[in-house]
Design a protein around this ligand. Structure first.
Ligand code: NAI
Ligand code: MG
Length: 369
């Protein structure tokens, strides 16, 4: 009985190409494991705009709300540059995040052994790296009011963005970080700038209070966000889970991501609050990269970020930890064999296509079963 409901939203650009490879992986799990997946597909981004002039239809929004997890490809590209702002491809993703209440963005930075040489940092610094950035996604300076540009009497203009955080927003993101740390190496580093920002003072206090109330077993460390950026590059292995606000999280997760190399390797998850009745969280899983219009249709896209995003769905939405570990191991094994898409090949290394990488990962799953 298929009890796990997925909605696949491939999007545009390389989105549909990498989604095809995830479908092979889902198909494999459906054949091999007792826990099976039921999946439906919808249109988002440029694909939705071309079909019906919106970045996502009401029907597909309803499907996303009903699903246990949304698996999202990528959206956007020059083809839709002149499309009105509210129906642009990217608007579909923003609407999904907002309407599903996805306030916690999880961005792992993992170094696969076979790619330890690919980093711009010394091998010693990143070999074995496995850290997780938890970014608050629905509050902070990106959404706070007032948010204006006004004309001043002296002929100049004034721009205002406002950083706003309420206690409950900090409590719930801290709770996610502590829960995740318990299943990892049991350490959380909270980053803010309490030395210059009131929101940093509150952030620091609420994270500490949440820790002292419910998570005393987890090690908690506080770090100023600018120093945190330095430490991430100096010795990233000192961290386990890092929690921060929307703006610092945006920057620090991009820094952490690039510690390990290619954009084509990076998965992410966005989680909502647990449902009061079922305990299930709304969730969306997507690669960090965009729709790569420059390589769309050439078979050069690396499907690993997309497939690793599905591994995160196994882990965080379906509690299929063994299967998630197995899928991540299958990716690692394919890399160990020297299989490379163009974006992760070094020197004169031979390269394979999107489809060949997907097939190779399914082959490695088969070998591990
Ligand atoms: P991008 O991430 O699409 O591409 C940046 C570079 O990385 C390109 O050279 C691309 O070929 C390469 N690349 C990305 N993913 C790859 C993969 N899986 N395999 C191999 N190479 C890969 O970012 P860019 O070019 O800035 O944006 C293109 C479009 O994507 C824009 O419309 C942008 O708004 C949108 N975008 C969408 C996102 C999403 O759907 N969540 C996130 C980021 C950008
Ligand atoms: Mg960013």
């Amino acid at each position: 009985m298929a009890s796990n409901r997925l909605l696949l939203l491939p999007g545009d650009g390389i989105g549909p190409e990498i989604m095809e490879e995830v479908k092979k992986v889902i198909g494999w799990f459906n054949e091999r494991t007792a826990d099976t997946f039921e999946f439906d597909e919808g249109l988002v981004g440029g694909a939705a705009y071309d079909a019906h002039g919106a970045s996502i239809s009401e029907e597909d929004m309803a499907k996303a709300k009903a699903a246990d997890a949304v698996i999202f490809g990528a959206v956007g590209g020059p083809k839709w540059d002149d499309v009105p702002y509210d129906v642009r491809p990217e608007a579909g993703l923003l609407r999904l995040r907002k309407d599903l209440g996805l306030f916690a963005n999880l961005r792992p930075a993992i170094c696969y052994p076979a790619l330890a040489d690919a980093s711009s940092l010394k091998k010693d610094v990143i070999e074995g790296l496995d850290i997780l950035i938890v970014r608050e996604l629905t509050g902070g300076v990106y959404f706070g009011e007032p948010k204006t540009i006004t004309d001043l009497e002296n002929g100049q203009q004034r721009a205002i963005d406002t950083q706003v955080y309420d206690t409950y927003e900090i409590e719930r993101i801290a709770g996610v970080a502590f829960d995740l740390a318990r299943a990892r190496r049991n350490k959380v580093t909270s980053m803010e700038k309490r030395n210059v920002m009131k929101s940093g003072v509150l952030w620091n206090q609420v994270v500490t209070a949440t820790h002292d109330k419910s998570y005393k077993d987890v090690e908690l460390e506080h770090m100023l966000a600018d120093a945190g950026g330095m430490q991430l590059v100096r010795w990233p292995k000192q961290f386990d889970v890092i929690v921060c606000d929307n703006l610092f999280g945006d920057m620090l997760s991009d820094v952490a991501a690039m510690l390990t190399g290619s954009l084509g390797m990076l998965p992410s998850a966005s989680l909502g609050a647990p449902d009061a009745a079922t305990g299930k969280r709304k969730a969306l899983y997507e690669p960090v990269h965009g729709s790569a219009p420059d390589i769309a249709g050439t078979g050069a896209a690396n499907p690993i970020a997309m497939i690793a995003s599905f591994a995160m769905a196994l882990r965080y939405s379906f509690n299929m930890i063994t299967e998630a570990d197995m899928l991540e191991k299958a990716i690692s094994n394919a890399l160990d064999k020297g299989l490379r898409t163009k974006d992760i090949a070094q020197g004169d290394q031979a390269t394979i296509s999107t489809k060949e990488m997907g097939n190779a990962i399914v082959g490695e799953l088969e070998a591990l079963a």
